[in-house]
Design a protein around this ligand. Structure first.
Ligand SMILES: CC(=O)CC(=O)SCCNC(=O)CCNC(=O)[C@H](O)C(C)(C)COP(=O)(O)OP(=O)(O)OC[C@H]1O[C@@H](n2cnc3c(N)ncnc32)[C@H](O)[C@@H]1OP(=O)(O)O
Length: 425
């Protein structure tokens, strides 16, 4: 028999916009900044934590297996087992899902599951010709051979192949993530005006959530003593006219995706504490929500933005739950056009029949129940973190609003989707 699994607590750093140079924190720094206050307030000590799982897409060389490095820096002890998971933008949710399955199966009672990403620290990659040149130089026997290789040096050896651009490009279709959103906008007729209006609302909702203190943020402090306490991508000054004036970022001149209606490139980390019923009783924990189920799905890489539709529908059908039976939705805002395309796909008879294998449409999701406190367009999208953040925020918002059932779901580069169902306790 499977055992109930609860999200009992969670915390994240503020999300900090990548501003063209490495930010103040590496991926592990971020995980430590969010993890420390979270652990300090737990009624249990390090010995109670059975497993640490951390999602991270862009790992840096000094922090291989960031989960283990973070666990050690958090003082969890040399005997703390910790591993890192990577499924692009699903990584932060994959960590929760893996912890959920370990607890459900009876192998663990307390799991620390997180996601971290410092997109501003994405490793730069040298072009292949430069790598070969450096290797030849290193192996050169004697001065003459070295001089011969030196004569082969080219100026573009100093120009890296930008890591982030490569990381946000699908290697199979050759499309970058923004171009996949353009494809969806075309397929489902999403207008530029609709995408901009969606983006503006994301900022408005985040601003209200910040003002009301509804977010799970723990301040981060850098080595100079600067304190970061808010998601700094929020643009309170934004308006629909300015958004409409921005040029398309990925497809000139008629593209729908602009810097204003795309998720921002940011750094940030998030953790949740998962506990079994036994751990809840033993440590006197208060569950925020129970994890009921999860689903991973795959589709054509160029349609990766529809991952939420495929994964959430499959999960809900398995459980015989209808669209209207879900009180709250978190769909990661990779792009406004992509979220709007998901909503359109769920109402598109042809798509629902051919792809989702439904008799009618899945249904319409009320915007008042979707991303109620804003999303990645306003606060940013540290890719390995976002799946964790949306699950944590869903649990938090369900509690605040007194809702029973919520789905957190995200699209995943490479053509996949992840979804998780939470219920109030
Ligand atoms: C990977 C997976 O597995 C699945 C996924 O989730 S796919 C999604 C992954 N993430 C991405 O692909 C990232 C998408 N975003 C981007 O690539 C970049 O944000 C982008 C190329 C679209 C824009 O990059 P940028 O030019 O550096 O943006 P940014 O500096 O924020 O904005 C440029 C200008 O637009 C304007 N602007 C942006 N947002 C605005 C707003 N809300 N209101 C008004 N003006 C705005 C401003 O003038 C801004 O310049 P200033 O801030 O200096 O005034």
């Amino acid at each position: 028999m499977t055992r109930p699994v609860y999200i009992v607590d969670g915390a994240r750093t503020p999300f900090l916009k990548a501003r063209g140079r490495p930010g103040p924190f590496t991926p592990v720094d971020l995980a430590v900044q969010a993890g420390r206050p979270l652990l300090v307030r737990q009624p249990f000590g390090p010995d109670a934590i059975d497993l640490v799982i951390l999602g991270c897409v862009n790992v840096i060389a000094d922090e291989m297996n960031p989960a283990r490095v973070a666990a050690l820096r958090l003082g969890l002890g040399a005997d703390q087992v910790a591993f890192t998971v990577q499924i692009n933008c699903g990584s932060g949710m994959q960590s929760i899902d893996t912890g959920f399955r370990y607890i459900e199966a009876g192998q663990c009672d307390v799991v620390l599951a997180g996601g971290t990403e410092a997109l501003s620290h994405t490793p730069l990659v040298l072009r292949q010709a430069a790598v070969e040149w450096y290797s030849d130089m290193a192996q050169a026997a004697g001065l003459a051979e070295r001089a011969r290789h030196l004569a082969r040096i080219r100026a573009d050896f100093l120009k890296p192949v930008i890591g982030l651009e490569r990381g946000l490009t699908d290697p199979i279709s050759g499309l970058n993530m923004g171009q996949t959103a353009e494809l969806l906008a075309y397929r489902f007729g999403i207008s530029r005006a609709a995408a901009d209006a969606y983006a503006l609302e994301s900022h408005r909702r985040l601003e209200r959530a910040q003002d009301e203190g509804w977010l799970e943020i723990e301040p981060a402090i850098d080595l100079e003593g600067t304190v970061y306490s808010r998601d700094d991508g929020l643009r309170s000054d934004s308006d629909i006219e300015t958004l409409a004036s921005l040029s398309p970022a990925f497809e000139q001149p008629y593209g729908k995706v602009t810097p204003g209606n795309a998720s921002q490139i940011t750094d940030g980390a998030s953790w949740v504490v998962l506990a079994s019923e036994k751990a809840v009783g033993a440590h006197g924990l208060t569950p925020m929500a129970r994890i009921i189920d999860s689903e991973w799905s795959a589709l054509a890489p160029e349609y990766m933005g529809l991952g939420p539709v495929v994964s959430a529908t499959r999960m809900l059908r398995r459980l015989d739950i209808a669209c209207n039976d879900v009180d709250l939705w978190e769909i990661n805002e990779a792009f406004a056009a992509q979220v709007l395309a998901c909503l359109a796909a769920w109402q598109d008879e042809e798509f629902c029949r051919d792809v989702l294998d439904l008799d009618g449409t899945f249904g319409s999701i009320d915007r008042n129940r979707l991303n109620v406190d804003g999303g990645a367009i306003a606060l940013g999208h540290p890719v390995g973190t976002s799946g964790n953040r949306i699950a944590l925020h869903l649990a938090n918002a369900m509690q605040r609003l007194g809702h029973r059932r919520g789905v957190a779901t995200e699209c995943i580069g490479g053509g996949q989707g992840g979804a998780m169902l939470l219920e109030a306790t």
